[in-house]
Design a protein around this ligand. Structure first.
Ligand code: FAD
Ligand code: FMN
Ligand code: SF4
Length: 667
């Protein structure tokens, strides 16, 4: 039941209608820092969808703050009218809006503009590999004033609150941490001194905000960086922030440079709210708990148990702007759940592309994706109920078309259905909880266990056939592929096929690497065993780590190119690489497979030398090919045919969803 989530709460002078806060997300929507319709439409939709407070930004407070042109800007008075347009849109929808005051310090790319990269001390940033300039006392005062001027502009634009960014390893964190702050003046040394810069910022911003604009401070609940702050110091700092005038503490996880995953799907849902709980015990102002809260029932639990006073939901609202409204109406299955893939949000930030969402084709396109009624309702057959087919079927039906969705197997989901759990992405299945609910709601005629055939099409004569039949694994043209000990990665994952002790995976793309992890984890202990052994202190921590990482197989990945995991995004690749390393999976790059025979694989190494590896089982993960022969067979029927998703070009889930949706907009 959803109850606490919908209760109002006051944050300083700001009255919020419920407990869901959309935390800040840099979106790459604002060239040269200017407000855009895209940004306004994006946040209007989130406010309309029921989020009580949206925190926009980070907004760069000065020229050195980010060094990236696509950042929202609050560094000059000329941005006030644009910011006001955004504020007005959110207010029109009944929401409240805050702006996050962003100063990256050592994480900035200001040097690309010939500007200094400010930091408390001189060092090379582990995250950006940029050399920093130690701030003088004059620099400190100037940057603090930049925060104040930004707060003044926020007030002029009508924001309900400002958020001071003191998390994720940005400038205030750099002052806080003994790892990055080596100063010997009053801003360095003991914790009390290291806190000084941030607390002065908060005091000055508080003063500028006055009594009618709230001040939120976003803190790292634990830096998760060696020689830096843990949750112990975070509690002290949070209390000091309150004393300096903060109305609310927003608690997230660690720094960007942390080697502990912060927002990938490896982090369990609500995995860091324990940090908020620790801080809540030490302050009296409201506390926001964050990270991986993508389910209203989990959010309700966090709130009802008093772990946090508000929940921060960022990607959950990117994935579904109606998250709160749907929760209010108890329509849980109709929520498009963020699955923490990062494929179209965080990864796009690094690629300087406007942020979108893998599961929501409308994200960032709110102004151009309204599903208007079709001029003529068509009879449409869709072959394939994977992501492409399901998305098309829902969107086309919403437009008034009569859609019949066929799949030859007895489940929705295509490749996702069988790959998600085995590749440790179980939440991907939530996509199909959503599609199932929507297909039911829209009364789409779904025919599972039914192959769409050319004969059936010729007889029924639909206006359009959409071929969304996906892909099949590539089978190299070598005789060995049919040997009993040579398996396809798809089949290993799908059917949990048994393999020998020495396994060679050929192909180091994401599928090969994930299959290697799947196989290398055979024989490791389960989460339940880990819990039991930990609770009863039955094994030493080092032994437990060994038990969860060392399985019973020797797994080697052979990759022809110089680098594995090239199809993975920057925010997830390093996590998988760490996992492969921890599990002792051997990776050989620049290796071209030559032959397979009983017990061994022969390959040519990067120097051109022939090498052999022991192999009881060889697993092929050499890519996939489109399965679209149905489209060719339909050419003679005279029926219009469109091909989408992997059937058109092997890609990713986001491509399939987007193509399904875009086609539905067109037909
Ligand atoms: C192991 C693995 C891991 C992956 N991990 C990721 C990931 O992390 N992120 C990501 O973005 N992508 C990932 N992918 C890729 C992703 O799953 C595909 O890109 C996506 O599923 C393609 O969607 P689709 O709808 O085009 O096709 P599919 O998902 O292949 O669905 C096609 C459907 O068509 C049905 N069908 C075929 N012919 C007919 C017919 N004649 N009549 C009726 N039905 C028919 C099939 O049964 C199938 O259900 C992964 C793929 C694999 C194999
Ligand atoms: C694309 C993207 C951009 C982000 N930008 C910011 C930012 O500018 N400032 C910030 O404090 N947090 C930023 N975050 C972190 C989010 O506010 C949030 O804490 C994080 O995504 C975890 O919460 P979630 O699981 O609800 O998404 C960003 C996250 C994403 C995915
Ligand atoms: S792209 Fe992936 S991680 Fe980002 S919001 Fe969408 S589902 Fe969530």
């Amino acid at each position: 039941m959803i109850q606490k989530l919908l209760e109002p709460i006051s944050v300083g002078p700001m009255k919020l209608s419920n407990r869901v806060v959309m935390t800040a997300m840099h979106l790459n929507y604002c060239p040269q820092g200017e407000m855009t319709d895209r940004m306004v439409n994006f946040y209007r939709a989130r406010a309309r969808g029921g989020a009580s407070l949206v925190i926009v930004g980070g907004a760069e407070i000065d020229a050195e703050a980010s060094g990236v042109d696509l950042f929202l800007s609050i560094k000059d008075d000329k941005y006030i009218p644009g910011l006001k347009r955004l504020v007005d849109a959110v207010h029109e929808e009944g929401g409240k809006i805050a702006v996050q005051l962003y100063m990256a310090g050592a994480y900035s790319f200001a040097s690309m503009k010939g500007l200094p990269i400010f930091a408390p001390s001189e060092y090379e940033s582990y995250f950006t590999r940029q050399k920093t300039t130690a701030m003088t006392l004059a620099d400190i005062l100037r940057v603090q004033d930049d925060f104040v001027q930004a707060a003044r502009r926020a007030k002029a634009a009508g924001f309900d609150a400002v958020e001071v960014l003191a998390s994720a390893g940005y400038l205030i964190c750099q002052f806080l941490s003994p790892k990055t702050n080596k100063r010997d003046d009053e801003y360095g040394g003991p914790l009390e001194n290291r806190m000084r810069f941030g607390l002065e910022v908060i005091r000055k911003v508080r003063e500028e905000a006055g009594s009618d604009m709230a001040v939120i401070v976003r803190v790292a609940g634990n830096d998760f960086v060696q020689d830096s702050h843990t949750n112990k110091e975070a509690r002290v700092f949070a209390r000091a922030c309150q004393d300096a005038g903060a109305d609310c503490i927003n608690v997230t996880g660690g720094w960007h440079e942390s080697r502990v995953p912060q927002i990938t799907m490896d982090l369990p849902q609500a995995g860091y709210v324990y940090l908020a709980r620790g801080i809540k015990e030490n302050v009296s102002v409201p506390v926001i708990g964050c990270n991986r809260i993508n389910d209203p029932l989990i959010a309700e639990d966090v709130l009802a148990e008093g772990i946090a006073d508000l929940v921060g939901v960022a990607r959950g609202l990117l994935a579904d702007p109606e998250f709160v409204n749907k929760a209010r109406q108890q329509k849980f299955d109709e929520i498009r759940r963020c699955v923490a893939c990062n494929q179209r949000c965080f990864d796009y930030v690094f690629q300087l592309r406007p942020v979108g969402c893998m599961v929501n084709p409308k994200a960032g396109r709110e102004g151009e994706t309204e599903l208007k009624p079709a001029t003529k309702a068509k009879k449409i057959f869709v072959a394939g109920a994977g992501p492409a087919g399901c998305e098309f079927a829902c969107a086309a039906t919403e437009r008034g078309h009569k859609v019949v969705l066929f799949d030859r197997v007895d489940y929705l989901g295509g490749q996702v259905h069988w790959s998600a759990v085995r590749t440790r992405k179980p939440e991907y299945l939530n996509m199909f909880t959503y599609y199932r609910a929507m297909l039911d709601k829209l009364k789409v005629d779904v025919r599972l266990n039914t192959e769409l055939t050319p004969a059936f099409v010729a007889r029924e004569k639909p206006d359009l056939v959409v071929v969304a039949t996906g892909a099949a694994p590539f089978k190299p043209p070598i005789p060995e592929v049919d040997l009993p000990y040579v398996l396809q990665a798809w089949d290993v994952l799908k059917d949990d096929l048994k393999t020998g002790t020495n396994v060679v995976v050929v192909g180091g793309g994401s599928v090969g690497l994930e299959t290697a992890v799947f196989l290398a984890s055979k024989g490791t202990i389960s989460p339940e065993q880990l819990y039991f052994l930990t609770l009863h202190q039955a094994e030493r921590p080092e032994a437990l780590r060994e038990l969860i990482t060392k399985g019973v197989k020797n797994v080697t990945v052979l990759e022809m190119l110089g680098r594995v995991g090239q199809d993975l995004g920057p925010s997830t690749r390093w996590v998988l690489m760490k996992d492969l390393h921890t599990r002792g999976i051997q990776i050989i790059t620049g290796a071209t497979m030559k032959s397979i025979s009983e017990g061994k694989v022969t390959y040519t190494d990067s120097q051109g030398n022939e090498q052999t590896l022991p192999a009881d089982t060889v697993v092929l993960a050499m890519g996939a090919r489109s399965e679209n022969f149905l489209a060719k067979e339909l050419e003679t029927t005279g029926v219009e045919v469109k091909v989408i998703g992997d059937a058109a070009k092997v890609g990713k889930i986001g491509d399939a969803v987007e193509e399904g949706f875009n086609l539905a907009l067109e037909v």
